[in-house]
Design a protein around this ligand. Structure first.
Ligand SMILES: [Zn+2]
Length: 430
């Protein structure tokens, strides 16, 4: 009996795998057809020609936008320029929302859910950074030129191509130039938009990064804190014996490094990092404050929760033990202030959006590679909306560094890719 049950289970598993595989192949074929049909449509061919003919404009706009600083929380100037460029390109409605996102709506012929095409306005570079673009041969150097100014130009050019080729889509299409993607911006632009409009969104396509081969379907989640330990502070000789926040911080972080390492070795890649530390006034003063900024990441929401609790318990343990051996004065206190949360998750490979993106990459002669990243798409993914992040085309390196560069090597393919995936999602009105 036992044996028969096992055989039966085996047969069922095989059948299920076979059906899944068959479904997968069928979906694949359907997506390939969606994309190749687009390429047989006259207006789409026209739109692609428009994209090619706009090369010098897109390059000029890349320089113009890059040279408008957009430091974290100060994207306003660039948002104003984007508004003007969207207006010139033509959309049915353009506005800046309450958090500063620039939105351009292009209405579809049928009512229903909206497809979103997004790129982010902000850069990681602080105010005062030299953002002028330097040309060295065919390479353009400037902070933020690829991440994500190139993305902005891509979505703008897709809008322009749709307008010039007079393509009417079935569903509404919303172009988003978002604020707060980087660092402590904590995806605030998209968080706001999805909390308001999430239920109306059919699929979300972010343009961020460069290579057209890389399709991010996984959302790398992260949790960030600022830990602060406080005490009375005093003279290093005269007040010796008072609690020293730096000493307590070192003890607590030492526990975290040990326990965190143990956990990540157990479960596979989940990362943790103390990125910045500070506090104190002088080498001969007991500081009244010690602070540290901590970042933890995982593709898996459960592991993210777990490393979070490892962090909290290590910090509390370190401080408790330190306070137990105080020679004199008040005990030190610890606060853990959350400064960032990006949820994790994944858009299934079998989802039509992913299949269409893969088919479009193939059609352009690329080799699709599904990856995991932390981008605006995280927010849509965590809400259960199909979302991906695609590359903007060209070549680049040194993102987030002053030496960032971008080169126009088949950059136009990034725009065509965004156009094809977008149209496959919206459909074209007959
Ligand atoms: Zn980016």
């Amino acid at each position: 009996m036992q044996k028969r049950v096992e055989i039966l289970t085996g047969v069922i598993i095989l059948l299920t795998l076979f059906t899944l595989n068959k479904d997968g192949i069928a979906q694949n074929k359907k997506a390939e057809k969606d994309i190749s049909n687009l390429l047989k449509t006259k207006s789409v061919v026209e739109a692609i020609l428009v994209i090619e003919s706009l090369e010098s404009t897109t390059l000029k706009e890349l320089v113009t936008l890059t040279e408008i600083p957009a430091p974290p929380f100060k994207e306003k100037l660039r948002a104003q320029k984007m508004t003007q460029l969207f207006e010139e390109a033509g959309a049915d409605k353009i506005w800046i929302d309450s958090v500063g996102n620039v939105l351009a709506l292009r209405q579809g012929k049928k009512h229903g859910k909206t497809v979103v095409l997004d790129a982010h306005l902000d850069t990681v570079f602080p105010e005062g950074t030299d953002v002028s673009v330097k040309h060295h041969g065919d390479t353009l150097y400037a902070p933020g030129i690829s991440d994500d100014t190139r993305g902005l130009v891509v979505i703008l050019t897709v809008l322009r191509a749709l307008e010039k080729a007079k393509i009417e889509t079935n569903t509404d299409l919303l172009f988003v130039a978002s604020v707060g993607e980087e660092g402590l911006g904590d995806l605030r632009g998209v968080k706001h938009l999805v909390s308001k409009e999430g239920h109306r969104i059919k699929s979300w396509i972010s343009v961020d990064g460069t290579s057209i081969n890389e399709i991010a379907t996984g959302a790398l989640g992260s949790l960030r804190y600022k830990a602060i330990i406080k005490g009375p502070g005093g003279h290093s000789w005269g007040a010796f014996g008072l609690g020293n926040p730096h000493h307590a911080m070192a003890k607590a972080l030492n526990y975290f490094a040990d326990e965190g390492q143990k956990f990540t070795t157990e479960v596979g890649k989940t990362s943790f990092n103390v990125g910045r530390m500070g506090g104190g006034t002088s080498v001969n003063a007991i500081p009244f404050e010690s602070w540290a900024e901590v970042d933890m990441r995982s593709e898996n929401p459960t592991y993210l929760k777990k490393i979070d609790s490892v962090f909290k318990s290590s910090m509390n343990k370190g401080l408790r033990e330190y306070n137990q051996h105080l020679l004199k004065g008040d005990v030190l206190t610890l606060t853990l202030t959350p400064i960032g949360f990006r949820p994790s998750g994944k858009t299934a490979e079998t989802d039509p959006l992913v299949q269409r993106a893969k088919a479009a990459v193939n059609m352009l002669g690329g080799i699709p590679n599904l990856i995991t990243e932390s981008t605006n798409a995280n927010i849509a993914i965590a809400k259960g909306t199909p979302a991906i992040t695609i590359g903007a085309g060209g070549k680049s390196d040194h993102a987030h560094a002053l030496s960032e560069w971008w080169m126009n090597e088949k950059g136009v393919d990034g725009i065509k890719l965004a156009l094809m995936i977008t149209l496959a999602e919206t459909g074209i009105a007959k």
